[in-house]
Unconditional design. Structure first.
Length: 397
C-alpha cells in the first residue's frame, strides 16, 4: 500500500475502534463497506495484538504503522533494543538492515544523526512514516542495497549496526554468518573501513565459537536473554579495544526488574577448574545466556559451586553467593521414580518438572507417571557425580 495522508486518519480510527476484535472477522464484516484499504487496516489490528508485549510503547501509539508479520517476528523487542542502545553513542550511526526500524530508532537516541537502509521499499515507507513522528528529521531513510549504499556514503561512521537476514531462498533458517545476507564475513573489509565500531545482531542459535573463527576481529559478544529465554547473540567490534585479548563473553538476562550479567572468555573457561560434589542444600541452574555461551566451568569457579556431573550443568552448594545469575532451588529430598511415591508427594498430580542429563524428558515423566505442570513443588532430574540418574523434590528459593 502506498501511504497517503488522505486515508491514514481513517485507518488509524478504524484500528483504535477494533483493537481487541478478531482480525479475520473484521475482514468479513467490513468487506466492501469502507473506502480505505481494509486489508491493510486489519493487518494493523493484527500487528498491534501480536506485538503488544514485544513493543509495548509502539503498540500503544495510535499514530504508528506496522508491517507484515514476518518483519514483526524478525525485529528486536523494545527491551533488547534499549539495552543495546546503552552501549552505542557518537555522532553518526548507520543501520544497514533497517527492517521495521525498532533498532534504528532506539540506537539513534545516542547519536546526532542516523541513516536507515532498507531494500524493501514498502517496509522503508512504513519506517519513514514512523520515524517522522518519533524522531523528526534525525533519521535519514534510504531504500536500496545496503552495501552499495554504504559505498556511496563514502564516509566513516561512529557505528555500523546490522542484522543480516537469516532465511534462505526456500525460507529455511540460516545460522552461519557467511550464509546470511549481507555476508559480513566476505564484506568485512568494507564494513571496518566504513565505521569505527560494528555491532551485528545474530540468531540465538548462532555457534559462537564458529562465528569468532569466521570473524576474529570481534572483541565482544553479548548473549541477551529476556526472562531467561535467549533472544539475540550480538557480536561487537570496537577498533579501540585491545588487540591481544580474547573476546569478552557477556551473558545478560533482562528480568524486567533489572539485569543479570556474567562475564567470561573462552581461554579462561578452558583453564577454569570446576569442582564436583553430591547434592547438598541447594541446586543451582545458570541462566539461559550462560548455558548458551557455555561458561560452565567459569560459573563453577567464580561462585564456588560444585558441579553435579560434567554433562549436567547443574550445581550445588550448602550456602548461596549473593546475586547469582540463575535459578536456585532448595532441596527437600531425593525421590524414587515411582507412581506411589509421586501420589504421596503430589496428591493433586501437579508438579513442575525440569531435567538435565537425565534419561527421561519432562514430557515423558509426566506421561509415564500421570503428572501435570503446576503447583509450588519442583521435580528436578539429573545425573550426579556418581553417574546415577536421580530425582530431587525441590522448592524454588
Amino acid at each position: 500500500m502506498k501511504i497517503s495522508e488522505g486515508n491514514i486518519e481513517q485507518i488509524q480510527n478504524f484500528v483504535q475502534d477494533h483493537l481487541h476484535e478478531d482480525p479475520a472477522q473484521l475482514l468479513l464484516k467490513y468487506q466492501n463497506k469502507v473506502d480505505f484499504d481494509l486489508k491493510f487496516a486489519v493487518q494493523q489490528v493484527a500487528a498491534r495484538q501480536k506485538v503488544k508485549s514485544k513493543l509495548p510503547t509502539w503498540a500503544s501509539d495510535p499514530r504508528l504503522l506496522f508491517p507484515v508479520s514476518i518483519s514483526l517476528e524478525q525485529c528486536s523487542s523494545e527491551i533488547t533494543a534499549k539495552y543495546k542502545a546503552d552501549f552505542l553513542k557518537g555522532k553518526r550511526l548507520i543501520d544497514l538492515t533497517g527492517g521495521f526500524g525498532v533498532d534504528t530508532y532506539f540506537l539513534s537516541e545516542h547519536f546526532e544523526e542516523a541513516v536507515y537502509l532498507e531494500r524493501n521499499a514498502a517496509l522503508g515507507e512504513i519506517a519513514s512514516h514512523n520515524f517522522s513522528l518519533l524522531a523528526g528529521e534525525k533519521i535519514r531513510c534510504v531504500t536500496g542495497d545496503s552495501l552499495e549504499n554504504l559505498r556511496l556514503e563514502n564516509s566513516v561512521f561512529d557505528w555500523i549496526y546490522l542484522d543480516p537476514a537469516r532465511r534462505g531462498d526456500h525460507n529455511q533458517k540460516l545460522y552461519k554468518l557467511s550464509d546470511c545476507e549481507p555476508d559480513v564475513v566476505e564484506n568485512w573489509e568494507l564494513l571496518s573501513q566504513s565505521a569505527n565500531n560494528i555491532m551485528i545482531k545474530t540468531s540465538p542459535m548462532l555457534d559462537i565459537k564458529a562465528a569468532l573463527d569466521e570473524l576474529p576481529e570481534v572483541n565482544e559478544v553479548m548473549v541477551i536473554s529476556v526472562k531467561n529465554e535467549v533472544k539475540e547473540v550480538v557480536l561487537v567490534q570496537r577498533q579501540a579495544a585491545a588487540k591481544d585479548q580474547a573476546p569478552i563473553i557477556n551473558c545478560i538476562n533482562l528480568t524486567g526488574n533489572g539485569e543479570q550479567v556474567f562475564q567470561f572468555d573462552f581461554p579462561k573457561e578452558e583453564n577454569a577448574k570446576a569442582s564436583f560434589g553430591t547434592v547438598v542444600k541447594y541446586i543451582i541452574e545458570p541462566n539461559a545466556s550462560i548455558m548458551k555461551a557455555g561458561g560452565f566451568k567459569s560459573f563453577s569457579e567464580h561462585f564456588g559451586l560444585a558441579k553435579l556431573h560434567p554433562n549436567s550443568h547443574l550445581y550445588t552448594s550448602s550456602t548461596l553467593p549473593e546475586s547469582i545469575p540463575g535459578r536456585v532451588f532448595q532441596v527437600v529430598e531425593e525421590l524414587k521414580p515411582d507412581r506411589k511415591v509421586f501420589k504421596r508427594f503430589f496428591p493433586s498430580g501437579k508438579v513442575n518438572i525440569s531435567t538435565r542429563n537425565y534419561p527421561l524428558k519432562p514430557e515423558e515423566i509426566k506421561k509415564k507417571f500421570r503428572l501435570q505442570d503446576g503447583g509450588d513443588d519442583f521435580l528436578i532430574g539429573t545425573t550426579t557425580s556418581d553417574g546415577k540418574p536421580r530425582l530431587f523434590l525441590c522448592k524454588k528459593h
